[in-house]
Design a protein around this ligand. Sequence first.
Ligand code: ZN
Length: 192
Amino acid sequence: MEELWVAIGITLLTVMLYDAIFGSSIPRVPVPSGRAYRIDSPPGNGLVTPELAAELRRVLEKFAMDAGFSESNSVGIFFKPGVVGHHKFGRAADIYAVGGLGLDMWKQRWNKAMAGTVQASDTGARQRIADEERKRNLGWRLYKALQLFGRWAQPYGYPIQLFGPWTRTEGPWTYISDPLLQAHRDHIHVAK
Ligand SMILES: [Zn+2]
């Protein structure tokens, strides 16, 4: 199962309530390309509410600009459709790749670089390796931009709806369970 009901923070009752109230009447729009980033996936992979589309556009642009991309050299973003929880209402989106590389691959690179810091000769060298990785790892940079600049849903009694490969170490919900972390080892989930 891609994601777990309880873990996503939406109960069956709430889902039924949403279904009854909103049905499929909420308009869905694809997340638009920006200036410094472009959406590489088919529009149908990321059909969301206008509110979520606007939030993603704002944060993705900030991420891309900060990472040094521009109109003439934009960075690609790839969505895949989700099916459960907030996805049913267009209130969630799953990002699987950035800069032509899967989030799982970015995480592998990250792990490898951080393992390298352990072997480094001194504190300065360790710091340099870590700093360098934070600069060039687009997966990590994207996750941090979404965390720092995005305003995501937080259903009452549930954690902020931002999950990805870095959630346990970077937050916001460092108590993320093993199954939920495993479910997000290859993508970043946001809901609004
Ligand atoms: Zn998702």
